[in-house]
Design a protein around this ligand. Structure first.
Ligand code: 5GP
Ligand code: MG
Length: 173
């Protein structure tokens, strides 16, 4: 049987949330420049939409992190599989993530970025999934909060499927 897909956020709701996030970020970094770092692969669509709404100048790079665990939860064994290439020394950095769950991926990345001596680092996530948080990390810009469930669409995959869907769904097995 195919899984049930329950709508969570429509493309119009996503676009509205991104405009709100972009306004706040643009205000907070007014007169500054921003190094935007997206986490592959999940954040590629969100990052593309977000940066086009920002009014501050940005430079963009991506890192890729692999976490070894089951399909629907991360194990905490995180590894960088694509290193940062942009020089972020003394730069304001905005990390862009699709969804924060346990927080282990972001915690690992924040620690990794420290070696490059950025001026500041903040996290922007489209979705903050709070129920399974294991580490206390600051998510400065949050588009939408859910407490649990496995979401797909708008960059979020299940086994590489559903990434290209324009809307976000809760996948029910
Ligand atoms: P964390 O390390 O915070 O537990 O997990 C973060 C990563 O797990 C995210 O970057 C994302 O790739 C994946 N993830 C966590 N929750 C979900 C979800 O509901 N749906 C999908 N597709 N991926 C998720
Ligand atoms: Mg992922």
């Amino acid at each position: 049987m195919p899984p049930t897909m329950v709508p969570v956020l429509s493309r119009a709701e996503i676009a509205q949330k991104i405009r709100t996030l972009a306004r706040r970020i643009s205000q907070d970094y007014a007169d500054e420049e921003l190094a935007v770092i997206g986490i592959l692969k999940g954040a590629f669509i969100f990052l593309a939409d977000l940066v086009r709404e920002l009014t501050v100048p940005v430079e963009i790079d991506f890192v890729r992190l692999a976490s070894y665990g089951s399909d629907t939860s991360s194990s905490g064994h995180v590894q960088i599989t694509k290193e940062l290439e942009l020089d972020i020394r003394d730069r304001h950095v905005l990390v862009v993530e699709d969804i924060v769950d346990s927080g282990l991926t972001i915690a690992y990345l924040l620690d990794y970025l420290e070696q490059f001596r950025p001026k500041s680092v903040r996290v922007c996530t489209l979705i903050d999934k709070t129920e399974r948080r294991e580490v206390n990390i600051a998510t400065h810009y949050v588009g939408h909060v859910v407490d649990h469930g496995f979401l797909v669409g708008y960059g979020l995959d299940f086994d590489e499927k559903y990434r290209a869907l324009p809307d976000i769904y809760h996948l029910e097995p």
